[in-house]
Design a protein around this ligand. Structure first.
Ligand code: SDX
Length: 436
């Protein structure tokens, strides 16, 4: 963080004393105005619901240029990582700041792939859920419950504990997600096979049964691995900010990550991929491409409450680079499966084309985001729609951990405690009940 030569001067029209506020420059991206002394010197708070203009931290992990539609993990463009690296290399990069060399990669892969089993007791925890529970309800419970099983890695202020918890979470999320899935369909759990790739092992745990093994199709495994990479981290989004705020109390890493899972579930955030596929399915049922015009009219009608799911983004005011890569992955997977004319994919591309030519979307800089195509790929691979967000959580776990560890490792960090503008009742006295 480099102090800028420029200062911000805050002055008040009522003659209250003005105040100079320091500015800091990052490597790239907007400068920040340091308001940490504002309340102490002026008795005033800033006001920024939704944090549209607020930087909550300084970070070295992920950079997004929303206007250009660029996404960098530790300085590397997502387009290069998605093509040249696999998910575990990306995990190493996000956690430790550099891409691994061959021996570092082999060592990291060995560690992750030899922590894939969960404590046998966890299957009994699952039994408490209804079979038709939403997988994200199950995952919120399972991830939080990990703190009841792995006591030797719960001290967030101990770097060794943080390292062990990171490996355990990355390694066990695929096992937990596949258990959540198997539980809802009444099939037995499939144990991990450590000689498979990370994505291949996940797909086998999802689709194999004790009666018939699953031979992963390499094109589908590569697509699954790329989906993980594209979802791995994304700066200070809602669930990452949740993990940081939760972790700032000093709680254990499993509890902090469980809070991120809970936040990601929302349809405005990670739940959008499930909502987008349901939206496409509804349009298909009502007549498909011929119904797009009516649907877009509904979206543009403020009173309808209907949104074009998978479109729009708080930061991207250009095409989400992940959506472009996801659309390419769509083509690869559908071609591999002989589903080139998949009606939902056709519908999605037509819907995208019409929206991008419509003034409502152009004026608001609404473009497809990562969730617009991810559901179509996952559905083609055989992932059930309700599991999409759980897979998003699986992939984002490394980003949450990297961001949490960066915060805890920062000597300046404090417990997060925002203030408010109080607009409620002024002080008043309680009246006896007979006088109320
Ligand atoms: C993710 O933050 C991250 O980085 C998240 C994420 C990550 O990797 O962590 O990228 C993952 O969450 C992607 C976003 C997935 N959500 C969706 O696809 C749901 C649909 N999108 C919207 O709900 C919305 O675009 C948000 C929530 C994503 C962003 O909302 P903002 O930034 O608060 O923007 P806004 O709601 O103020 O919208 C500005 C205008 C409004 O219209 P006006 O009031 O100006 O007339 O655009 C409209 C909105 O009504 N608008 C949409 C729209 N998104 C915004 N109108 C129709 N359809 C949409 N999808």
């Amino acid at each position: 963080m480099t102090p800028s030569d420029v200062k911000a001067t805050l002055s008040f029209s009522d003659g209250s004393p003005s105040m100079d506020l320091p500015l800091y420059k990052g490597t790239i991206g907007p400068d920040v105005i340091d308001i940490r002394k504002l309340y102490g010197q002026t008795g005033k708070f800033t006001y920024d619901p939704g944090f549209l203009s607020t930087a909550s931290c300084n970070s070295t992990i992920t950079y997004i240029d929303g206007d250009k539609g660029e996404l960098l993990y530790r300085g590397y463009p997502i387009e290069q990582l998605a093509v040249n690296c696999d998910y575990l290399e990306t995990c190493y990069l996000l956690l430790y700041g550099e891409l691994p060399n061959e021996s570092q990669k082999a060592d990291f892969e060995y560690k992750v792939m030899h922590h894939t089993m969960v404590n046998e007791q966890m299957q009994f925890f699952l039994r408490g859920f209804r079979r038709d529970a939403h997988p994200m309800a199950v995952m919120t419970g399972l991830v939080g419950a990990m703190s009841a099983f792995y006591h030797d890695s719960t001290d967030i202020n101990n770097p060794e504990h943080r390292e062990i918890a990171a490996i355990r979470l990355i390694a066990k999320m695929p096992t937990l997600v596949s258990m959540a899935y198997k539980y809802t369909i009444g099939q037995p759990y499939i144990y991990p096979k450590n000689d498979l790739s990370y994505a291949g092992n996940f797909m086998r745990m999802m689709f194999a049964t004790p009666c018939e093994d699953y031979k992963p199709n390499e094109v589908l495994v590569r697509a699954m691995d790329r989906i993980f990479t594209l979802h791995a981290d994304h700066e200070q989004n809602a669930s990452t900010s949740t993990v940081r705020l939760c972790g700032s109390s000093g709680t254990n890493p499993f509890a902090a990550i469980a809070a991120g899972v809970a936040c990601l579930w929302g349809p405005a955030h990670g739940g959008a991929n499930e909502a987008c596929l349901n939206m496409l399915g509804d349009i298909q049922k009502q007549g498909g491409v011929a119904r797009i015009g009516d649907f877009i009219s509904k979206v543009k009608d403020k009173n309808s409450g209907v949104k074009l799911m998978g479109f729009g983004h708080r930061v991207y005011k250009n095409y989400d680079p992940r959506a472009k890569l996801m659309r390419e992955t769509c083509h690869e997977v559908l071609n591999e499966l002989g589903l080139q004319n998949d009606p939902l994919f056709e519908l999605a591309m037509k819907l995208e084309k019409i929206a991008l030519e419509d003034e409502y979307f152009v004026a608001r800089k609404l473009y497809p985001n990562v969730d617009f195509y991810s559901g179509i790929v996952q559905r083609a691979i055989g992932i059930p729609v309700p599991l999409f967000t759980a897979i998003f959580a699986l992939a984002r776990t490394v980003g949450w951990i990297a961001q949490l560890n960066e915060m805890i490792g920062d000597p300046e960090y404090k417990i997060g405690r925002p203030r408010q503008l109080f607009v409620g009742a002024a002080p008043r006295d309680v009246k006896p009940i007979g006088q109320r």
